[in-house]
Design a protein around this ligand. Structure first.
Ligand SMILES: Nc1ncnc2c1ncn2[C@@H]1O[C@H](COP(=O)(O)OP(=O)(O)O)[C@@H](O)[C@H]1O
Ligand SMILES: [Mg+2]
Length: 368
């Protein structure tokens, strides 16, 4: 994407911060415009039609959410990145629900700023392109709508079920069985809805921090044993973490989700047991990067399955939703600039290799 001259409006009453942003984005050839209060910001957004707005939440005249709402009212594709002071995460998350694409907490490191700007512009471009080529709403719009429509009745069903359960006599085995089925299906639907939401949730809701990949892997191993209590007896998990493994800058929760999806598939591919090995070590290629190998001895995949693996909704499982690997790719490749490579042989097993870059701040201890 050509970045030359992309119009950015900075709305912030802190002149030092405004100047800092100007310097940080200067060499990238962005066209920066400034507004020192909310009213001017809204006017400039209407007059200059920027592609992206960096919006401070604490402005002298108007609350940040009012400014956000007015600007989005003028241009619904406008990418707004919210900037908050220390501890403003909750406000920021609320702003993301109202249409902001990302948030930054002051002080903002230059790398993080540049990355957030690029990311936000990419999201905007994707949305515009989407609108051009797809007359139907994108998954980003459809999934939250679907989630809302499904969750409300589910909630009601679960509530009614509690009453039925309380009033039913424990001797009535058919009734107990039926209640169990309904309850499991409600859980299944709830999970499906959650995965749809995970798939479209805007990136960076939780900030990028310095994470220990070994720790993520341990957490995932703990979770998977809870999720598959009966299979766990037949499946050995063999974890090898290189002692030299560096930490990386990443979103802990997202990486955990991505690894969990891979490990889950490994478990599901070994109904008769086997070994799942997880190895993490420094990449041989780029310094600071890490490789994580997930190897199972399961069913493996046919060529056509291997080709469709990352497509949303592609599944070969009767109760699968086909979002696991699609989300995994979204997290690793799109949100962390990493790579995923899958090798598989039928009846032998599958190896998923994830490469994660060191992140924006190799060697530094803190990040804003
Ligand atoms: N480790 C694996 N071994 C065998 N097949 C796999 C593996 N991982 C993924 N697959 C195949 O890719 C498909 C898509 O996986 P995924 O996106 O996680 O969705 P789901 O698990 O809901 O089917 C699976 O249905 C399966 O056919
Ligand atoms: Mg899966």
């Amino acid at each position: 994407m050509e970045e030359n001259g992309r119009k950015i409006l900075v709305v912030d009453d802190n002149v030092d911060f405004v100047n800092y942003v100007r310097r940080a984005l200067n060499h990238k050839d962005y066209k920066i415009s400034i507004a020192l209060d909310g009213k001017t910001g809204i006017e400039k957004a209407a007059a200059e039609q920027p592609e992206l707005v960096l919006l401070d939440m604490k402005l002298p005249d108007l609350p940040g959410e009012v400014v956000l709402e007015r600007m989005k009212g003028q241009d619904k594709d406008l990418a707004v990145v919210v900037v908050t002071g220390y501890g403003g995460e909750q406000v920021a998350i609320d702003m993301m629900r109202r249409g902001a694409v990302d948030f930054l907490s002051k002080p903002v490191e230059p790398d993080i700023l540049v990355r957030a700007v690029k990311n936000a512009l990419t999201i905007r471009d994707a949305r515009l392109e989407d609108r051009q080529f797809h007359p139907y709403p994108s998954l980003e719009i459809f999934f939250p709508f679907l989630a809302h429509e499904i969750r409300n009745p589910l909630h009601a069903i679960a509530g009614a079920l509690t009453i039925i359960r309380k009033r039913s006599s424990p001797e009535d085995e058919y009734l107990s069985q039926s209640i169990k089925i309904i309850s499991e299906e409600v859980d299944h639907l709830n999970n499906f809805v959650q995965e749809c939401l995970n798939f479209v949730r805007p990136p960076n809701v939780v900030r990028i921090t310095r994470i220990d990949p070994g720790e993520v892997i341990s957490a995932v191993v703990g979770l998977i044993s809870q999720m598959f209590p009966s299979e766990s007896g037949n499946i050995r998990i063999n974890v090898r973490i290189d002692p030299e493994l560096p930490k990386v800058y990443a979103n802990y929760e997202e990486i955990k989700q991505a690894f969990l999806n891979i490990v889950k598939n490994g478990f599901e591919a070994m109904p008769n047991g086997g070994e799942l090995s997880i190895e993490a070590f420094p990449s041989s290629g780029s310094p600071g990067n890490i490789d994580i190998l997930f190897r199972d001895q399961g069913t493996g995949m046919k060529k056509d399955v291997l080709h469709s693996l990352f497509n949303p909704f592609f599944t070969t499982k009767p109760r699968g939703n086909g979002l696991g690997m699609a989300l995994c790719r979204r997290i690793v490749v799109e949100r962390h600039q990493g790579k995923i490579h899958v090798e598989s042989e039928e009846n032998k097993g599958t190896t998923v290799k994830v490469e994660l870059p060191a992140g924006p701040h190799p060697g530094e201890e803190s990040v804003s």
